[in-house]
Design a protein around this ligand. Structure first.
Ligand SMILES: Nc1nc2c(c(=O)[nH]1)N[C@H]1C(S)=C(S)[C@@H](COP(=O)(O)OP(=O)(O)OC[C@H]3O[C@@H](n4cnc5c(=O)[nH]c(N)nc54)[C@H](O)[C@@H]3O)O[C@H]1N2
Ligand SMILES: Nc1nc2c(c(=O)[nH]1)N[C@H]1C(S)=C(S)[C@@H](COP(=O)(O)OP(=O)(O)OC[C@H]3O[C@@H](n4cnc5c(=O)[nH]c(N)nc54)[C@H](O)[C@@H]3O)O[C@H]1N2
Ligand code: SF4
Ligand SMILES: [Mo]
Length: 764
């Protein structure tokens, strides 16, 4: 990954976001990748009823009648341009560049070379990828899978850009083959949210709609989420909320620009005027201090109720719908404020002020993302947030509820249609009834366990439907070696990335169509469907001609593999020829999809049911929402060490790096930076601009990421922030969250040392 330290910058958080600068940036990037005609043709189709779903994040859309001509943000535009680029990586490219050469390049360079244009094969011992026909590639994969003595020796990874149709087919393939080894990016993303929500409210998804934000919520808390960069059009919804008087509280160690003034590029007020200030209150919580913060808020609410019964809690709701309240309340009453202050880095006063905002609000939404999910106590933290919402009946009514904001554009849909290593028996029974085979019942491997299994020689075939497994996962060296330990690695992808260079004995690179492209099959042009973070399922129609005649759709690739393995037993060809056939199967197997074909063709699509929201029905074992007791904890940091959180820059989508700037944080020209509090810099005898190594401290030994520039930044004392994926070398494979097994990439205990050979003053 990008090896150079950064050039001169004016670091420091910006106080406003979007505006003309964002328009200029999207235009520059789009023109460079697509040229003027293609740019217009493509961008005006993003998020429109007759166009395609933005391939970037999972934020939802306004009602069709409220959509603007340009219904996308800067990062959506970059994602589209990235996919619709005119550059190609074909036979000549692979003849010119050996694997050894490509391995020297960073991820930014690899993806910037353009779209993969032909299926490629790496023979055992070969130095270069060479072209292969689709027929041979599929036959080879089927042969290697058939040769395994146990279906659990194969792993089927999915990244969240895959459509419902491709994902459903892919899980069908894995289960028909005989394994539940279906790890996905969600294991590293919102797994902790799913675990906490299923255990407490009985459904592993968020409960809000778009209108809950724009029209109904009185108070919106945004916790461990950076909407200005990662869900930029959420700012438009938040602006609508602000204009009708809602309050917004940001809980984040960093003062992110998206919480400052929002300059909505669609309005005169936004472009030329003062914009809208998004956050009314900012709680600069210590990294991993959120469990203690919500425990403190819950304590404050219970204290208030004790002082003045009937003033703070919704007892009618609690008595009728919940269980476990008394035990939880007793635990909160016993909390020690000074302990909470230490864990959060916030004063009792500030937490109580925040509780006063909560008491003044009839309806509260709590949004969160990776700032909460990637810690050891992540599941407990989110359960504590559920407690917080249950206390005042903020579940199952307009303008209220938990809102995990999903990452990849269809990561939620992929889970809904069966991409999970532990789908429940109810789903597997339906799959059996629909297709007439018995799916395996033993739970499969998640992402971290897949790495362990490959490392230990228990898995021999790795197939990736999208994603960048080698770079996105922790313990980079271990993971790369694990992939190399396989007999066969197969990647279905749009662009070249690091994972394709960490190959097994033999490897295949299968280029597929992207969201933006027309998908023509035997029965005519197809569309696919996706589910956003508000559980809206809608259609996506590619509009551009395919980037190369050799590209195949993900559905076609998976169906062909199914056909090669099992003949026509489950009707693979029919599903490839007409995606409506796949949707019919989904309708039969998964609740909530009745009249799928018809409803998804309506403008805007349809909403999937979520019982707690729809009818205050909680599908838990007792039929009640569950209060849990979550003793406040935070990651312990030895003296002289810091707690590092790994975040995204404004110029990347996960492992895809569009450029080397992070405009909103004032970083320019490089990504190897570590943001540190000025007092910590002083205590470490370092200066802004020094070149340092980051050294993580783990039970199984230290790991080093060399050559980062120290940047003075308003991070809380004792905390540091740096970019992912460059810092994944620091995260031990065994460092995972309790219950969810999500890598704890947001709390890495590190030491910061001057880089070898760089006197403190020599850096830059
Ligand atoms: N442009 C762009 N958009 C994206 C992505 C992208 O890479 N680029 N990725 C997509 C994906 S897959 C996902 S999952 C989402 C991710 O969306 P986010 O979760 O918003 O992204 P991160 O950069 O991981 O940042 C998390 C935020 O949490 C804060 N944070 C870090 N540690 C803590 C903590 O301990 N407590 C609290 N309260 N806050 C903390 C960080 O300062 C940062 O503001 O975005 C999606 N959208
Ligand atoms: N340290 C640290 N690590 C993290 C995180 C973090 O915050 N910190 N976040 C985690 C999170 S939230 C996530 S979601 C994961 C992301 O993990 P992944 O989903 O595995 O990674 P991406 O970077 O999104 O994958 C990018 C690749 O997907 C392929 N691709 C793009 N579009 C398509 C398509 O339409 N079809 C196909 N078949 N392929 C396509 C391209 O080849 C591209 O190179 O990373 C996790 N890792
Ligand atoms: S907010 Fe997300 S889905 Fe919407 S246009 Fe921006 S990147 Fe795309
Ligand atoms: Mo994610």
């Amino acid at each position: 990954m990008a090896g150079k330290p950064v050039g001169p910058t004016t670091p420091g958080p910006r106080k406003s976001s979007v505006g003309l600068h964002a328009i200029a940036e999207s235009t520059r990037y789009s023109l460079a990748e697509m040229g003027p005609k293609r740019s217009l043709q493509t961008l005006l189709k993003v998020n429109h009823v007759d166009g395609f779903d933005c391939p970037s994040c999972a934020w939802g859309d306004p009602d069709p009648e409220h959509r603007k001509t340009a219904e996308f943000c800067e990062n959506g535009a970059k994602a589209v341009a990235w996919e619709a680029t005119r550059k190609r990586v074909g036979t000549a490219f692979f003849a010119e560049h050996s694997l050894a050469d490509l391995r020297q390049r960073d991820g930014h360079w690899l993806e910037a070379q353009g779209r993969l244009a032909r299926p490629m094969h790496l023979a055992p011992g070969a130095t270069h990828y060479t072209p292969v026909s689709w027929e041979d590639a599929i036959a080879l994969t089927a042969d290697r899978l058939r040769a395994l003595d146990d279906p659990d020796r194969a792993v089927f990874y999915t990244s969240g850009r895959t459509s419902n149709e491709a994902a459903f087919l892919y899980q069908l393939l894995a289960r028909r083959f005989g394994t539940n080894n279906l790890p996905d990016c969600s294991n590293m993303c919102h797994e902790s949210s799913g675990d906490a929500l299923s255990a407490t409210i009985g459904v592993g998804k968020g409960l809000i709609t778009y209108a809950d934000i724009t029209d109904h919520a009185d108070l919106i808390m945004i916790v461990g989420q950076n909407p200005g960069t990662c869900h930029p059009r959420m700012l438009t919804a938040l602006e609508d909320a602000k204009r009708r008087g809602a309050r917004i509280i940001a809980v984040n160690p960093l003062p992110e620009a998206g919480f400052g003034r929002y300059h909505n590029p669609q309005t005169a007020r936004g472009l030329a005027g003062p914009g809208t200030k998004i956050a009314d209150r900012w709680l600069p919580v210590r990294v991993n201090g959120d469990l203690a913060l919500f425990a403190g808020l819950n304590r404050a609410l219970v204290d208030r109720e004790d002082a003045e019964p009937g003033s703070a809690l919704d007892h009618e709701f609690i008595d009728r719908y919940c269980e476990g309240f008394e035990a939880a309340a007793a635990a909160w009453r016993a909390l020690d404020w000074s302990h909470l202050e230490t864990l959060t880095g916030l004063s009792r006063r500030l937490i109580e002020d925040c509780a006063a905002d909560v008491l003044a609000a009839d309806s509260v939404v709590v949004c969160w993302a990776m700032g909460l999910t990637q810690h050891r106590n992540a599941v407990a933290t989110i359960r504590e947030i559920v407690d917080f919402l249950l206390l005042r009946g903020n579940v199952g009514r307009p303008g209220a509820g938990p809102a995990p904001i999903r990452g990849h554009s269809n990561v939620q849909g992929d889970r809904t249609v069966g991409i999970w290593e532990k789908m429940p028996d109810t789903f597997l029974d339906k799959l059996r009834d629909e297709f007439g085979f018995d799916p395996p019942r033993v739970h499969g491997l998640d992402t971290v366990d897949s790495i362990r299994a490959m490392r230990d020689g228990r898995v021999d075939v790795f197939i990736g439907l999208g994603g960048n497994f080698a770079a996105a996962t922790p313990d980079t060296e271990v993971t790369e070696a694990a992939l190399a330990n396989c007999g066969l690695t197969v990647h279905i992808a749009t662009k070249l990335n690091r994972s394709h260079l960490c190959h097994g004995t033999e490897a295949l690179l299968l280029p597929c169509l992207g969201r933006t492209e027309r998908d023509r099959q035997a029965t005519g042009e197809q569309f696919v469907t996706v589910e956003d973070t508000m559980a809206m399922v809608h259609a996506s129609h590619g509009r551009l001609l395919p980037g190369s005649p050799h590209l195949r759709s993900e559905v076609a690739i998976v169906a062909d593999l199914g056909h090669a393995l099992f003949g026509e037993d489950l009707g693979w060809r029919g599903m490839r020829d007409d995606y409506a056939v796949i949707r019919r199967h989904i309708e039969h197997v998964i609740p909530g999809f009745h009249a799928y074909e018809q409803r998804v063709r309506q403008p805007g699509g349809f909403m999937l049911p979520r019982a707690p929201r729809d009818s205050r029905t909680f599908p838990t074992p007792t039929g009640r929402a569950v209060f849990t007791v979550n003793p406040p904890t935070a990651c312990e940091v030895p003296p002289g060490h810091l707690l590092l959180t790994t975040v995204r820059s404004h110029d990347q989508f996960n492992t895809t790096v569009y450029g080397l700037d992070d405009r909103y944080r004032g970083i320019k020209g490089g990504r190897r930076v570590v943001l540190l509090n000025g007092d910590d810099l002083r205590d470490l005898h370092l200066h802004d601009g020094d070149l340092v190594d980051l050294v993580s401290v783990n039970p199984d030994g230290e790991r080093r990421a060399p050559g980062f520039r120290a940047v003075r930044y308003p991070a809380p004392r004792g905390c540091a922030a740096s970019y992912y994926p460059e810092t994944n070398v620091l995260v031990a494979l065994d460092a995972t969250a309790e219950i969810s097994n999500t890598p704890t990439t947001k709390s890495v205990v590190i030491r910061v040392e001057p880089s070898a050979g760089s006197g403190a003053a020599t850096a830059l």
